[in-house]
Design a protein around this ligand. Structure first.
Ligand SMILES: [Zn+2]
Ligand SMILES: [Zn+2]
Length: 255
């Protein structure tokens, strides 16, 4: 399983961090988790086009995570060569209403023409495919928010939080995974409900006994704290002994 952080930012524009998007490659399949504004273009820098995407998973519908679905569907309809392979989109309860909402705004131009679009809503459970399995748990952010645990055919494991606060759902998803990707929105002294901070991320990583922690979804205020607080990494290492990585756009990992 290969992981690329496509966008490590948030809803606040940043010169160094694109909007949230994660790419997971399992064999020849391309799985995308969240597509904030500009993700389709940002994916190009990782060599992935509208023809390559097999499956998109959404953690919730905040536009910093979901906005590019409309652009992706538009591109798949109006491009040469046309998209012909089916596209699966999985998201929280409300995905179908979200899609219908996009269609009512943009019209036929985002409706698939030469390929099948498969929309699947799930609030909790397990989805099995030939080469991987995805476990879904509700997380504490919006009422619909979900997170994902991906298990590949060769028993490698990855968890992705989307946006969340500290909750049991993320602990269940993260249990002993090889790599845990957590949102890390705000500094510890500026905690906001529904989001994590560096020390809370380290606590989750420690309690779940994962091997590697990747912190992403970094607001500029959190970025500044990371840069200006030389002791932060030391503090985090006192809480969690595994590998800690602050995500950067297009950083790649072998899971
Ligand atoms: Zn977000
Ligand atoms: Zn959100």
């Amino acid at each position: 399983m290969e992981l690329t952080i496509i966008g490590s930012g948030t809803g606040i524009p940043s010169k160094t961090r694109a909007y949230p998007c994660v790419l997971v490659k399992i064999r020849d399949k391309h799985l995308i988790f969240d597509t904030g504004p500009g993700s389709l273009r940002q994916l190009l820098f990782a060599g992935v086009t509208y023809l390559d995407i097999d499956h998109i998973y959404y953690s919730h519908f905040h536009l910093d995570h979901s906005f590019d679905l409309a652009s992706i569907l538009f591109t798949m309809r109006y491009n040469e060569p046309p998209r012909t392979e089916p596209l699966s989109v999985t998201g929280p309860i409300g995905l179908k209403a979200f899609y219908e909402g996009l269609v009512s705004v943009f019209g036929d131009v985002i409706k698939p023409k030469d390929f099948n679009l498969h929309l699947e809503e799930i609030g909790k459970g397990e989805l099995r495919y030939d080469d991987w399995k995805v476990v879904i748990e509700p997380l504490q952010h919006t009422t619909q928010s979900i997170g994902f645990r991906i298990e590949s055919y060769d028993k490698r494991t990855l968890a992705y939080s989307g946006d969340t606060d500290y909750c049991n759902g993320i602990l269940r998803l993260a249990k002993r995974v090889h790599t845990l990707i957590l949102e890390c929105s705000f500094p510890d002294d500026r905690k906001i409900e529904g989001h994590l901070t560096p020390q809370l991320c380290a606590k989750i990583a420690d309690e779940s006994q994962c091997n590697r922690l990747i912190l992403t979804h970094l607001y500029p205020i959190c970025d500044r704290t990371i840069k200006n607080n030389g002791d932060l990494l030391k503090k985090l290492r006192n809480i969690y002994r595994g590998e800690i990585v602050f995500a950067e756009d297009l950083a790649g990992f072998i899971i």
